[in-house]
Design a protein around this ligand. Structure first.
Ligand code: GUN
Length: 297
């Protein structure tokens, strides 16, 4: 039996449809048009692709999109000043500064400059603190997308054993918090974990977010487990032509699909969900800033 594929592309399209209808309702009932500002520093190829996709989908959802492409020579102080300007701009409900930033800029200084209520990435310490303590903050987009797929696929996650591989602030740590909130028993594994295979073998839910191509082998996956692959590794693919790359996940997909009940593909799994959740977070931010509940739209 091979696993059922969790179609992130189709699921994210449904989320974007709901976002678009919420945007229409916000405009019709309250005269509000949510706005998202995306800031990119420098010309990293992968970041440019992501940012262009974010900008396009923001407009397609009927929201206002503001785009700032700044040179990689910009100082930390000038970038922080730009963020302060966006904090004060009422047309802007959400602010996203694409990471990574050039080495001379402290990412934490820029993230902490964003007004927490406009931090649609959910990276500000106030938002990570609210997530850790069960409060109502902004939740990071990629782990939120993973959780929505898990709940859509499995329903109630209570009591399940979940292993999250990778302890980044962007994915691993918030993912572990979200699964804990859903009453999973959570193991947060990382590069120093002694017996990673042994940990994964016990898991009903595996979320791999380490950035190592096909690290998780098929025989690590328990029969009937659900596998969410956050990996986006660009591997040289000379068979496709000179300089060409292939996108792989952190899980050896073909092998893992022999044991898993459900699995996300790469591409077409987690990737499209991240942007859909960014749009969702922007609507949530706009509602909260206007004193509205986004569940009432
Ligand atoms: N770089 C890679 N992923 C992300 C993300 O989700 N948000 C931002 N701001 N930068 C990223």
């Amino acid at each position: 039996m091979t696993a059922q594929v969790i179609d992130g592309k189709a699921f994210s399209a449904k989320i974007r449809e709901k976002v678009a209808s919420d945007v229409t309702a916000l405009q019709d009932k309250h005269g509000i048009k949510p706005g998202l500002a995306v800031v990119i520093v420098g010309e990293d190829a992968a970041s440019t692709i992501y940012v262009n996709s974010k900008i396009k989908q923001t407009s397609e959802a009927g929201m206002e999109s503001f785009h700032f492409a700044l040179p990689d020579t910009i100082s930390e102080a000038d970038l922080v000043a730009k963020v302060h300007e966006l904090n004060a701009d009422d047309r802007v409900n959400g602010i996203l500064v694409q990471l990574p930033l050039p080495k001379h800029i402290h990412e934490s200084a820029v993230i902490e400059a964003i007004a927490p209520e406009k931090d649609v990435d959910g990276f500000h310490v106030i938002n990570s603190g609210l997530l850790a303590t069960g409060g109502k903050g902004m939740v990071p987009c990629t782990p939120l997308g993973c959780l929505l797929m898990l709940k859509d696929t499995l329903g109630d996650l209570s009591g399940m054993k979940a292993v999250v591989i990778g302890r980044s602030n962007i994915v691993g740590k918030p993912m572990a918090q979200l699964l804990l909130q859903e009453n999973c028993t959570v193991t947060l594994a990382h590069s120093r974990t002694r017996d990673l295979a042994g940990e994964v073998k016990q898991a009903d839910i595996v979320v791999a977010a380490v950035g190592v191509s096909e690290l998780v082998k098929g025989d690590w996956i328990k029969k009937g487990a659900t596998v969410i692959d956050v990996g986006m590794n660009r591997i040289p693919a000379p068979e496709r032509g000179e300089g060409k790359v292939r996108l792989t996940g952190d899980v050896a997909y073909d092998e893992a699909a022999q044991n898993a009940a459900y699995i996300t593909p790469v591409p077409g799994g987690v990737g499209p969900m991240t942007i859909a959740c960014l749009l969702r977070n922007t609507v949530t931010a706009a509602c909260r800033q206007a004193g509205l509940d986004d569940n009432d739209l």
